[in-house]
Design a protein around this ligand. Structure first.
Ligand code: PLP
Length: 379
């Protein structure tokens, strides 16, 4: 199956009871047994639920993996990966990553004895100097949130394989429509399915996809033992979202390009961060590992003026000022005070998250309306 077909049919089967085309929402915690252990594959919904299974199978299909796991949020999915580690283990992570991931690493797992190195990986060779015998995981976000840095997944995977280290990619921004990290050598793909996979800003959910059975078994154990699972109703909604992922992403990319190009020529705008520009530092890698450049665009205003950035955001009418991204509607955010507020100011400014930075999640409305909205807000 090709990708667009997989979003709709990948690893799916019609319901055995009545042939319903969409899986029923099995709103149940438990399953009748004829004798202890005499069940039809499901015992208790933390361990497994048929609607969640349908979604997990879809996750595996669209990411070209073998095993999918769904969680109650993206953070719960990352938490499960971190629980593969032991005190004394070390992680090398991109230095420009979602603030919540940084918070989980530094405020929770660091206290459990895991050591983190936050490294600029635009040149993957930088990773080598942080490697030692304790390094157990490389964690990468690409494109990164919110600076749109691009990391060469294949090059990092070569380093990870050489040193026998697990390699995980947060694929939330790109989605498998644009890039499939397992095919490029990653061991684990992670999603905040809250974003593009769900696609309608109505579900909080996370996902993991892997190929190796031993790794899948460990993660299924953690999923059940720690219990951060999602419910059947939410599983159904994300499954429904995935069925239109390809057409939504196509429009997100078209609109993202139009918005990035509009901002780039605007005299009041200092810098636009979007991997589709030829002068983006890793444009060639983006071009080779992604099908298109996505719908996320960040920019700063001339003079790096905090008040001006806030005033632009407040004037926007079609772009809604809100946390999150990846829904059909366009959103604007101020990373320094919103998504990345949990990263200390000097740390975040080192990576470019300055006070005038505005992040846009460009939705699938009419391009002309989006440009007109930016025009009236920026002036
Ligand atoms: C790149 C990225 N990873 C992970 C997360 C966390 O996902 P969730 O909010 O579903 O827990 C987010 C949320 O914004 C994100 O943008």
């Amino acid at each position: 199956m090709k990708f667009n077909t997989k979003t709709i049919h990948g690893n799916q089967e019609h319901d055995k009871a009545y042939g319903s085309v969409m899986p029923p929402i099995y709103q149940t915690t438990t399953y009748a047994q004829t004798t202890p252990g005499g069940h039809k594959g499901y015992e208790y919904s933390r361990s497994g639920n048929p609607t969640r299974t349908a979604l997990e199978n879809s996750f595996a299909s669209i990411e070209n993996g073998t095993y999918g796991l769904a969680f109650g949020s993206g953070m719960a999915a990352i938490d499960a990966v971190m629980k593969l580690l032991k005190p004394g283990d070390e992680v090398i992570s991109t230095n420009d990553l979602y603030g919540g991931s940084y918070r989980l690493f530094t405020k929770i797992f660091q206290d459990f004895g895991v050591k983190f190195h936050f490294v600029g990986m635009e040149n993957p060779a930088h990773i080598e100097s942080y490697l030692n015998k304790s390094t157990k995981l490389i964690w990468v976000e690409t494109p990164s949130n919110p600076m749109m840095n691009i990391i060469d997944i294949k090059a990092v995977s070569v380093i990870a394989k050489k040193h026998n280290i697990l390699f995980a990619v947060d694929n939330t921004f790109a989605t498998p429509y644009l890039q499939q990290p397992l095919d490029l050598g990653a061991d684990i793909v992670m999603h905040s399915a809250t974003k593009y996979l769900g696609g309608h800003s109505d579900v909080v959910m996370g996902g993991l996809v892997v190929k190796a059975k031993d790794l899948a078994d460990k993660l299924y154990f953690i999923q059940n033992a720690s219990g951060a699972v999602c419910g059947p109703q939410d599983s159904f909604l994300v499954l429904r979202g995935i069925k239109t992922l390809h057409i939504r992403m196509q429009r997100h990319c078209e609109n993202g390009k139009a918005v990035a190009e509009y901002l780039n020529q605007h005299p009041k705008i200092e810098k636009v961060y979007w991997p589709g520009f030829e002068n983006h530092p890793n444009h060639d890698i983006a071009k080779s590992q992604m099908k298109d450049f996505g719908g996320m665009v960040s920019f700063t205003t001339k003079g790096n003026n905090y008040e001006e950035a806030i005033s632009i955001i407040e004037k926007l009418k079609i772009f809604t000022l809100a946390e999150s991204l990846g829904g059909v509607e366009s959103l604007a955010g101020h990373p320094a005070s919103m998504t990345h507020a949990s990263i200390p100011k000097d740390e975040r400014e080192k990576t470019g998250v300055v006070d005038s930075l505005i992040r846009l999640s460009v939705g699938i409305e009419d391009e002309e309306d989006l440009i007109a909205d930016l025009k009236q807000a920026i002036g």
